[in-house]
Design a protein around this ligand. Structure first.
Ligand code: PLP
Length: 392
């Protein structure tokens, strides 16, 4: 069958493929520790699950408004106003099946052949692949290990051209756990204002921060709400990945375009889920706090364990639930080490190269797994490296 050119070269998110590979090995009887997955290992909080059941029984089973149920858009606006520190109008909120469509819609709405999109490298792989998909040119902004995986504003400035149509960034970040400071974001805002470029702020991990780090939303800075698309959702914060429930907060000027893109693609999001999402935002938040506290303990044990392996160095992540160790000192690069870990150690991780060229010497290790499994994974990692006979 002849495929359209646009899908021949389309990229992917390797996490799904790596998980499938690990499951195939499991089917042969091998025991695998899954550290490749980008989702909390906790259940969706009970109050949210109960709200969904009640909503189903109450008949929330029909199409809803394409931008989302008004009560959910209002709840998102109120929550965002409180957490992000600027007044969010419910009319600028769009609810989508997962947060991913916000990336897709932003690129479809803003970028076309001849345009350039600046995105973080290493970064979520879909930024780059969707930029290509819409025919625009992806321009990687390297996030350097020595800079704690924060972007460098001078470097960003040098990448901007008259063709730049969008700047994408993500903080706290997948895959590095890096967190941008207020000063970094002010620098990005300066560039965006000077050149009148919209930004896509991927804030999906904003509630998963450690060591007293604070989240700053670039949209709260002067002149930025009108040029910022905020991407967020329920997947990570409320352990709701399988629900497929996300949202965007849009510049007013983009609302009609997003509306048409929703109508042309997904129509709307499951109504009973949206009713439950109101409960997630307005009900007790202790499950979120408990999850973050547990992630912090796991982060500390994982990072300490990784740093004790000869040839492996790992920066302390400040947010999200990923560590991004550099394995270059073992003599193996990211892809080869990920392969050895899976086949020899029974530990499934992702190669950092799945997140861009800058990640070639790294692994992405998700610590959304039990302390016990993390300890065992570090132990097996150490054994695999010992088997390489590395001298450090
Ligand atoms: N943005 C980042 C940085 C992510 O890591 C993810 C999921 O892994 C998403 C967006 C997409 O989230 P969702 O599952 O809600 O579509």
């Amino acid at each position: 069958m002849r495929l359209a050119d646009r899908v021949v070269d389309i990229g992917t998110e390797t996490a799904f493929e790596a998980a499938a590979r690990a499951r195939a090995l499991e089917a042969t009887g091998r025991k695998i520790i899954h550290l490749e997955i980008g989702e909390p290992d906790f259940d969706t909080p009970e109050n949210v699950r109960e709200a969904a059941k009640r909503a189903l029984d109450a008949g929330w089973t029909h199409y809803g408004p394409f931008m989302g149920l008004p009560q959910l858009r209002e709840a998102i606006a109120a929550d965002s106003t409180a957490r992000r520190g600027f007044p969010v109008d419910p009319a600028t909120v769009v609810v989508t099946p997962g947060a991913k469509p916000i990336m897709f819609f932003a690129l479809l709405a803003l970028a076309q052949p001849g345009d350039e999109v600046i995105y973080p490298d290493p970064g979520f792989p879909i930024y780059e692949s969707m930029t290509r998909f819409v025919g625009a040119t992806p321009v990687p902004l390297p996030l350097r290990e020595e800079n704690d995986f924060r972007l460098d504003v001078d470097e960003l400035r040098r990448l901007v051209t008259s063709r730049t149509r969008l700047i994408i960034f993500n903080s706290p970040a997948n895959p590095t756990g890096g967190v941008l400071t207020r000063a970094d974001l002010e620098g990005v805002a300066d560039v965006a204002r000077e050149h009148d470029i919209p930004v896509l702020a991927d804030e999906i991990y904003m509630r998963i921060l450690y060591d007293g780090a604070e989240h700053h939303s670039i949209a709260s800075f002067p002149g930025m709400a009108e040029r910022t698309i905020i991407l967020d959702g329920f997947s990570k914060t409320y352990a709701m990945t399988g629900w497929r429930l996300g949202y965007g907060i849009l510049p007013e000027a983009l609302v009609p375009a997003f509306g048409r893109l929703v109508i042309n693609s997904v129509s709307c999001v499951a109504s009973f889920e949206q009713v439950a999402a109101v409960e997630a935002l307005t009900g007790p938040q202790d499950a979120v706090e408990a999850m973050v506290a547990e992630f912090r303990v796991r982060r500390d044990l994982l990072v300490a364990g990784l740093n004790a392996i000869p040839g492996v160095t790992c920066r302390m992540p400040h947010g999200a639930f990923y560590a991004f160790p550099n394995v270059g000192g073992t003599g193996l690069n990211g892809p080869r080490m990920a392969d050895r870990l899976l086949h020899e150690g029974g530990v499934s991780v992702l190669s950092g190269s799945a997140f861009g060229h800058a990640g070639a010497q790294h692994l992405r290790v998700s610590y959304a797994n039990s302390r016990e499994n993390l300890r065992l994974a570090v132990h097996r990692f150490g054994e695999v490296v010992a088997g390489l006979g590395v001298e450090v």
